[in-house]
Structure formats: C-alpha cells, structure tokens
Design a protein around this ligand. Structure first.
Ligand SMILES: [Zn+2]
Length: 113
C-alpha cells in the first residue's frame, strides 16, 4: 500500500529528529499534505499506528493539514487554484495549467515531550 511506504518514511524522519534533538517521545506529528497528493488521511493514520509501534512516535497524534492545489495558467499568465492534476483553469477553462503546488507531503512540525 502506498500509504504504508509514506508512513514508514514519516516515522524514519521522526526517529532521525529524535536522535538529533535528543527527545524520547513525540506527542503530535504535524503533516502537510497537498490536495493532489493522493493520500488518504484515514489510511495514513491507520498505517501510522502500526508502523510507529516500538518507536519514539508510538501513540503520537497525526495532525494533518491539507494544502490546496495551485497552478500557473499559461493562457492567463497567473496563479490559479487547481482542484486536480491537469485540471482546467477556473478563469479561462483551458487546460494549460502547470501544477505548482498540491502534491507535497512533509513533516511540518513535531510536538515532543
Ligand atoms: Zn487560464
């Protein structure tokens, strides 16, 4: 499962930070997930519970923030909101929009004890 691999990298990042910063327990993992990242937050939470077992992230809460998609319309020459990858421009209706954000998945912040 796609979410499983993502969760493993999230737990890796958290464990690395724990080693570097010397904390032993993470309470909250804040994540940013783009609207078009094809990540199911519920599946991510489910995987996280399993993958984090026995690590510093065990029992931590996932705080997931969805980021809206954004693109650059070549016809309008401006930044427009984008609902889907290769979606149409909301201003002119054409499909010459290059996605500039919306597929990110990153650990934004950790709340630790
Ligand atoms: Zn346009």
């Amino acid at each position: 499962m796609h979410e499983m691999a993502l969760t493993e990298s999230i737990v890796d990042i958290v464990s690395d930070e724990a080693r570097k910063q010397g904390f032993a327990k993470v309470r909250i993992v804040r994540l940013q997930i783009g609207a078009m990242a094809h990540v199911e937050p519920e599946a991510l939470r489910f995987c996280f519970d399993a993958v984090s077992r026995g690590t510093v992230a065990e029992g931590a809460t996932l705080d997931i923030r969805r980021l809206p998609g954004e693109g650059w319309c070549l016809d309008c020459g401006k930044t427009v909101p984008l609902e889907e990858r290769f979606g149409a421009c909301p201003e002119c209706g054409r499909r010459h929009v290059q996605m500039t954000s919306g597929d990110e998945l990153r650990v934004e912040e950790l709340e630790v004890d």
